[in-house]
Write a protein that binds this ligand. Structure first.
Ligand code: ATP
Length: 259
């Protein structure tokens, strides 16, 4: 017989996914992220590579959105632009209703710190600090007190199953534990938007599954919006929406129809 706690969690997840899908058809909510007509080309010698040719999308709070496409399609380029690390040749990045296109460096950094969390394939945790400290640091930078930051870090790491690993340094954690710590760090300041580039790409399939489930659970329970680039079609089809980069544009595809 299924453990009732498992059934309750499964039901909670299904309801959250249903709401996230419904949000697509009830776009009265303000998007956490709007990409509007992004264009980006690179020049190499005399050669010009048109990577983005008018990529647009709205992502609503609580939606986990997969970003797929073949190698070289422009997924990382799009994430860098959405994360305000690069500027497009034209087009707009609108975060929680604010157009960030014309912002200077200081404002872009502030929006990144306050509104966004980043998860990369290689977690980039600070090796000399414990898991707890790694999750506290972005909060201390934001001006939270040490005790508040520690409380929030404990709560997040506990939710991710790392309550017994708080004092471990990255080298003393498994790959999956390191990546879960990185997810906790990304969520530490309660961002409105998570941007993730192959967040489970360096993990074995079993560990990847656990890390992905933890990430999905947090997206659906906190209401953060997430754009997650992945080559893993099994993971992509379990997200609320799937966007494929095709010919420099974003095309919405049906998760269940993915190959
Ligand atoms: N700084 C740069 N200078 C020149 N070309 C670049 C630069 N950055 C990216 N490109 C080119 O832009 C294209 C898109 O690269 P991008 O890394 O965004 O693709 P991707 O979809 O993330 O690929 P992958 O799945 O392999 O990570 C590639 O052809 C790449 O060579």
């Amino acid at each position: 017989m299924t453990d009732p706690r498992v059934s309750a969690i499964a039901e909670e997840l299904l309801t959250a996914r249903k709401h996230a899908r419904e949000a697509v058809t009830h776009p009265h909510q303000q998007p956490a992220l709007r990409l509007d007509g992004l264009v980006r080309a690179f020049h190499q010698g005399t050669r010009r590579i048109d990577v983005l040719k008018g990529a647009s999308v709205d992502i609503l709070p609580g939606q986990a959105v997969a970003l797929v496409g073949p190698s070289g399609a422009g997924k990382s380029t799009l994430l860098h632009i959405a994360g305000l690390l690069e500027t497009p040749d034209s087009g707009h990045v609108i975060v929680n209703g604010r157009d960030c296109s014309g912002m200077g460096d200081a404002d872009r950094t502030r929006v990144r710190r306050v509104e966004m969390g980043f998860v990369y394939q290689f977690h980039q945790l600070l090796p000399e600090f414990s898991a707890l400290e790694n999750v506290m640091i972005p909060q201390l930078i934001r001006g939270r007190s040490k005790s508040q930051a520690a409380e929030r870090a404990r709560e997040l790491l506990g939710t991710l199953g790392l309550a017994e690993r708080l004092e471990h340094r990255p080298a003393q954690l498994s790959g999956g534990e390191q990546q879960r710590t990185a997810i906790a760090r990304a969520l530490a300041n309660s961002p409105r938007l998570i941007l993730a580039d192959e967040p489970t790409g360096n993990l074995d399939p079993y560990t990847a599954e656990h890390v992905f489930e933890a990430l999905l659970h947090l997206i659906h329970t906190t209401g953060v919006a997430a754009l997650i680039a992945t080559h893993n079609m099994d993971l992509a089809r379990r997200m609320d929406r799937v966007l494929r980069l095709e010919g420099g544009a974003l095309v919405e595809v049906q998760p269940l129809g993915l190959t």
